[in-house]
Design a protein around this ligand. Structure first.
Ligand code: PHE
Length: 377
């Protein structure tokens, strides 16, 4: 019990106070104790306790002063006790209210600091990357072919010679293998078959036809590998999209129409196509598709007046190889060559991307230089 509490449980007589002069110091003493208590650090609960200790109706110090000092006071003391009490009450009430306000303000600050995030603060920005240009071109090509009924399949980059060559009608000593002089994998002795990095996406023609019956309409985006010396247009790894359509009634017109549709979708309606006879062991007849040069518009003359450097004045750019599927290939996958027909093509993606986006060195696709990559967000 504090001394104020202690004193206020007794009457003035019990405290030995009989003259009015003693009243003022008595109240001053009580107020000093109150002031000392009131200046302590409070949190809300403690403040309530403190308030009740002083202002509580039944047993608060001020009520006790009324009951124990004022009421039983002799007529000579009553005035000064009444005045002292009024003055003390005004002081106590004002101070307690003041403390309440400051506790509320503090508490608010506290919760603001701890419970609330400032949503207006800038967050941590993580740079968002983008697809590699090659991936973007794959996507463009896939979208075009998917829109005309093709589906997308993918296959292994490590192949057996059977899928990469033999089943595509390229027997072991066929001279076209020279062009595709390849990367063979070193295998332990006794391995069932040699393995090599595929030199084109055409093995997926075979793998697809082995699994599915006609009608077949697929495209195959992927990486391929050849033992080329690196220069502005050659790399040991590059990208192709293979296409294959086989059904009972596919004609050469379906073939050229499909290719033309694709080229116009990809380069724009102004581009013309032409095909020239070519040779691939797995297509017959085989063709090479050309498009009018996208740089000089097919004129062969550059904007500055000289010979167009991209098509070397020809007005045409060689785009990709294709043809009607050679009936011999159907023999490898168990299709009846008398009943089915189809076409296949192999688009070189790096070349296509270089033409469309005016890139003059294939190596930039493999160097991962962000100054290049950022140009194609
Ligand atoms: N696979 C051939 C190449 O890479 C391209 C091709 C595909 C040709 C399909 C005809 C049919 O050169």
């Amino acid at each position: 019990m504090t001394s104020s509490e202690n004193k206020t449980t007794q009457t003035l007589a019990q405290l030995g106070i009989s003259s009015a002069e003693q009243i003022t110091p008595l109240f001053a003493e009580i107020q000093a104790e109150f002031d000392a208590d009131a200046s302590k650090e409070f949190i809300e609960v403690l403040w309530k306790e403190f308030r009740d200790q002083w202002l509580g109706r039944k047993s608060g110090i001020l009520s006790r002063i009324t009951d124990n000092w004022l009421k039983p006071a002799s007529p000579e003391l009553k005035r000064s006790v009444g005045a002292g009490l009024n003055q003390l009450r005004a002081h106590v009430e004002a101070k307690i209210e003041e403390r309440r306000l400051s506790i509320e303000a503090n508490e608010e600050q506290w919760t603001r600091a701890h419970d609330h995030f400032d949503l207006s603060l800038p967050g941590v920005t993580r740079p968002v990357g983008s697809h590699h240009l090659i991936r973007q071109v794959f996507q463009e090509i896939e979208d075009i072919f998917v829109s005309i009924g093709f589906s997308v399949v993918e296959g292994p980059e490590i192949e057996t010679p059977y899928y990469n060559f033999e089943a595509l009608n390229i027997p072991e000593f066929h001279p076209v293998r020279d062009d595709m002089d390849t990367f063979y994998i070193e295998l332990p002795k006794g391995a069932p078959s040699p393995l090599l990095l595929r030199t084109h996406t055409s093995p997926m023609q075979i793998r697809t036809m082995e699994k599915r019956q006609p009608p077949v309409r697929v495209i195959v985006p992927g990486k391929v590998y050849r033992r080329d010396n690196p220069d502005a247009t050659h790399s040991f790894a590059f990208h192709q999209v293979e296409g294959l359509a086989v059904d009972t009634d596919i004609t050469f017109c379906d073939f050229t129409g499909t290719i033309e549709y694709f080229v116009k979708q990809f380069f724009g309606p102004g581009v013309k196509t032409r095909f020239r006879p070519s040779y691939f062991p797995f297509t017959e007849p085989s063709v090479e598709f050309d498009v009018t040069c996208v740089f000089c518009g097919g004129s062969g003359v550059s904007a500055g007046g000289g010979t167009c450097s991209k098509c070397k004045g020809a007005g045409w750019i060689e785009l990709f190889g294709a043809g009607m599927v050679d009936p011999a290939v159907y023999g490898f996958v168990g299709y009846d060559a008398k009943k089915v027909s189809g076409f296949a093509f192999g688009i070189g993606i790096d070349r296509l991307a270089m033409l469309k986006y005016g890139i003059d060195d294939i190596q930039v696709f493999f160097q991962s230089d962000v100054r290049f990559l950022r140009q194609f967000p």
